[in-house]
Design a protein. Structure first.
Ligand SMILES: [Zn+2]
Ligand SMILES: [Zn+2]
Length: 239
């Protein structure tokens, strides 16, 4: 049987990972095949800043959080393992666009370490990923957020459930203004089937937190259906 393109890319990525253990950022040879970054690049990976807002982790301005003060945030708490820059940006790029789905284990492990240190995330009832539109998922071969969510669920023992679906294709949020970003996601998410979210504390997982618009739109939807709490947790957060 002829294997599909994503499947071939997946196996190739696995073989590359085993045969040539090199740093995903600088290309230096690694001491151990299970490492992803060399010691040098690992030192350049920046954990989320302690001086950021304790609720949404936006950088504070004169002791105040511009996001929380705007009163427009619908999620309860946002956290990430790292700042999205340098070697971490390289790893996530490989994970997302170069078929290295196997990197989910390494990223999930780092997220679990950050999770352990953040009490606000501990009492969630269910872990759920930000969904991809089905054509995008088919093209990529996997949903990167789903892999991270499953990994974290296994480690934290919080049950995993795909609560959401994306109802249409949406353009990338990165180059849009705030108003355009919100409009771009209008009605783009819905609950899958008859998923029960009423009264639940939900931990929403994504790879990168960029502007918070996606998290916010999903939080509005989940809260409309009675969710008690919506927390967002990502591998990295835009600097
Ligand atoms: Zn390196
Ligand atoms: Zn804040």
């Amino acid at each position: 049987m002829k294997s599909s393109k994503p499947l071939r890319a997946f196996w190739q990525a696995g073989i590359d990972l085993i045969l040539t253990p090199t740093c995903f950022s600088c290309g230096e040879r690694l001491d151990r095949a299970r490492d992803v970054l060399c010691r040098h690049c690992m030192e350049k990976a920046i954990p989320l800043d302690d001086n950021s807002c304790p609720r949404c982790h936006t950088l504070m301005e004169a002791g105040k959080c511009p996001e929380c003060d705007s009163g427009e945030i619908s999620y309860d708490f946002a956290h990430s393992a790292w700042i999205f820059q340098g070697p971490i940006k390289d790893v996530i790029h490989y994970f997302k666009y170069n078929a290295y789905s196997s990197l989910s284990a390494w990223l999930g492990e780092a997220m679990y370490r950050a999770y352990q240190e953040e009490d606000a995330l501990h009492n969630c009832d269910v872990i759920t990923p930000v969904p991809l539109y089905f054509t995008r998922k088919k093209e990529r071969g996997y949903n990167q957020s789903e892999l991270l969510a499953r990994c974290l669920s296994k480690k934290s023992a919080i049950p995993y459930c795909r609560l959401l679906k994306r109802t249409r294709h949406t353009a990338s949020q990165t180059l849009l203004s705030k108003a355009e970003r919100e409009h771009n996601l209008d009605g783009a998410f819905a609950l899958r089937g008859k998923q029960e979210v009423s009264g639940k504390r939900i931990l929403l997982i994504d790879d990168v937190f960029t502007t918070g618009t996606t998290a916010n739109q999903i939080a509005i939807l989940l809260k409309k259906h009675g969710a008690r709490e919506v927390n967002i947790f990502t591998a990295a957060r835009a600097a």
